[in-house]
Ligand binder design. Sequence first.
Ligand code: NAD
Length: 248
Amino acid sequence: MRVKDKRALITGGARGIGATTAFVFAEEGARVGIVDLREEGLRDIAAQAKQKGFEFRTFVGDVSKKDQVERVMDEFVREFGGIDILVNNAGIAISRPFMEKTVEDWEQTLGVNLIGVFLCSQAAAKYMLKQNSGKIINISSIRGIEHCGREGIMDYSASKAAVINLTKTMAKELAPTINVNTVAPGHTLTEMTKSLPEEVKRNMIEGSYLKRIAEPIDIAKAILFLASDDADFITGQLLLVDGGFSLK
Ligand code: NAD
């Protein structure tokens, strides 16, 4: 029960790493809200939660739109009475070679992966500062660290590098009230990666010292740690969960 009675909002919670994090948090005693663009996905996860004896509050919203973010945050706080944990997990990747990349690809990717983190954090911090406590966990990627930018998704890689930097600045500005940290997953088996060619997946496994692709639960456990009291003295840090991929 490492997050017992904590009120946690997870963005992009309708599948993948976000949905798994929502279940791990619920199992550890949290009261959970998930926000996502996809209403049907939210309904599915809420139904799965019910079967396991949990109740997830769902919010349809786009993290890249200020008015929608503020509406979701206000509704969450009205219902839960505050917010203790925000997980900025929603993310997108648009794969296109550099010479074909468009401004629209860049704007969409930065809008969700970077501005979305800023908007959700600002909206949550308004309440966290008032209640004098809070934890924010931003989800970056190994693609955002040195050496790991990937062909075709340079906008994604840049957005994820920016999230690591933004985390550090937020940690300074929001201290000593709010802890802000980053989890950077390595390759993880979700809808985002399922459609990749087998050869790419083989390379991912070969590149990892632990010789496998992560399951969402591997990432969720790291997020749980940073959201729990065990991480009370940790802020502004980057936790890589990549099976050693980045060591090469
Ligand atoms: P996913 O595509 O399976 O799930 C992402 C969820 O975010 C989806 O439900 C989607 O609808 C939602 N979403 C997208 N745009 C949104 C928006 N504007 N507003 C609200 N919700 C939105 O992805 P995943 O693999 O679970 O990835 C989760 C996070 O982890 C992302 O930030 C991703 O960049 C990061 N990550 C994933 C991997 C990987 O290999 N899967 C590796 C490193 C980092």
